[in-house]
Design a protein around this ligand. Structure first.
Ligand code: AMP
Length: 292
């Protein structure tokens, strides 16, 4: 496993790139089992590069950029058994030598949900991911379904800018009590950790209601809200259509049930992607080729 820190170091990827199967797994580090599951998924497709970069441009002023957990040594320890070809962990100055320079403007999928609450967030995400794709040159990049809007925004960027890469979304790994694994879960202490499970409980309750035949968007969103009483602030709890994230008139077709809520010091997100037919409700992926 090679550790690459600079653009110049990336030249060492040339032999891997030439095989046309290179896979990139972008992360911000503080790796947990959810990240590792993406690396395992990627390893089934070809040689893997994991990037570790806490990207300043996707954090708004006042968000947790300065406090975001960073532990490169531990991340490398966790990755080593999975056998990725390389880890690309550049310093900020290497990624942004011209800080106020050009950026990638995401499309309309960035407008709803998190995009509406975190101004500039998806512009920062789209910019850093396009840079990573250009620098690393993978055939495929793997992203977690946990960040559903991120997957759909990047899918739109790749399609509309004709980037020569395939994106895959991988399922969300959860703690035994359902809490979606997240680097930010380490902000949760004491009772906050218990309260954080309300996101998953709300999503499951809405799924059960869909399975029982409910197709009204408003009743489903009211049910989500009801189960989120344990959260300190609910930023949104909504039913949206995949892939355009528009509001459906009825809860039918491929849907994203998405929640963002604050519990103690942590801002948590979680979701379910479901194919809702006249009688059946099934787990689904966001992007073509993803496993449900
Ligand atoms: P992050 O380091 O939070 O930027 O996440 C890096 C990648 O890991 C993103 O594609 C995330 O969607 C994905 N990821 C984060 N948490 C999970 C999880 N619990 N299960 C699967 N993938 C995840």
């Amino acid at each position: 496993m090679e550790l690459l820190r600079t653009r110049a170091d990336l030249a060492r990827l040339a032999p891997l790139r030439s095989g046309g199967r290179l896979v990139l797994v972008p992360t911000m580090g503080a790796l947990h089992a959810g990240h590792l599951s993406l690396v395992e998924r990627a390893a089934a497709l070809g040689p893997v590069v994991v990037s570790i970069f806490v990207n300043p441009t996707q954090f708004a002023p006042g968000e947790d950029f300065a406090h975001y957990p960073r532990d490169l040594e531990q991340d490398l320890e966790r990755l080593r058994p999975l056998g990725p070809a390389a880890v690309f962990a550049p310093p900020v100055s290497e990624m942004y030598p011209h800080p106020a320079g050009a950026a990638v403007e995401p499309g309309p999928r960035a407008d709803a949900l998190c995009g509406a609450r975190r101004p500039g967030h998806f512009r920062g995400v789209a910019t850093v991911v396009v840079k990573l794709l250009n620098l690393v040159g993978p055939a495929t990049a793997v992203f977690g379904r946990k960040d559903a809007q991120q997957c759909l925004v990047l899918d739109e960027v790749v399609r509309d800018l004709d980037l020569p890469v395939r994106l895959i979304d991988a399922p969300t790994l959860r703690e035994p009590d359902g809490l979606a694994m997240s680097s930010r879960n380490r902000y949760l202490e004491g009772d906050d950790r218990r309260r954080a499970t309300c996101l998953w409980r709300a999503l499951r309750a809405a799924q059960r209601e869909l399975e029982a035949g409910e197709r009204g968007v408003v009743p489903l969103e009211e049910l989500l809200a009801l189960h989120l009483a344990d959260a300190d602030v609910v930023e949104y709890a909504e039913v949206r259509r995949v892939p355009d994230l528009s509001r459906p008139p009825r809860a039918e077709g491929r849907l994203l049930l998405a929640i963002a809520a604050r519990v103690g010091p942590a801002r948590l997100i979680d979701n379910l992607v479901l194919d809702v037919g006249p009688r059946e409700v099934r787990a689904a992926s966001l992007l073509e080729g993803g496993q449900p």
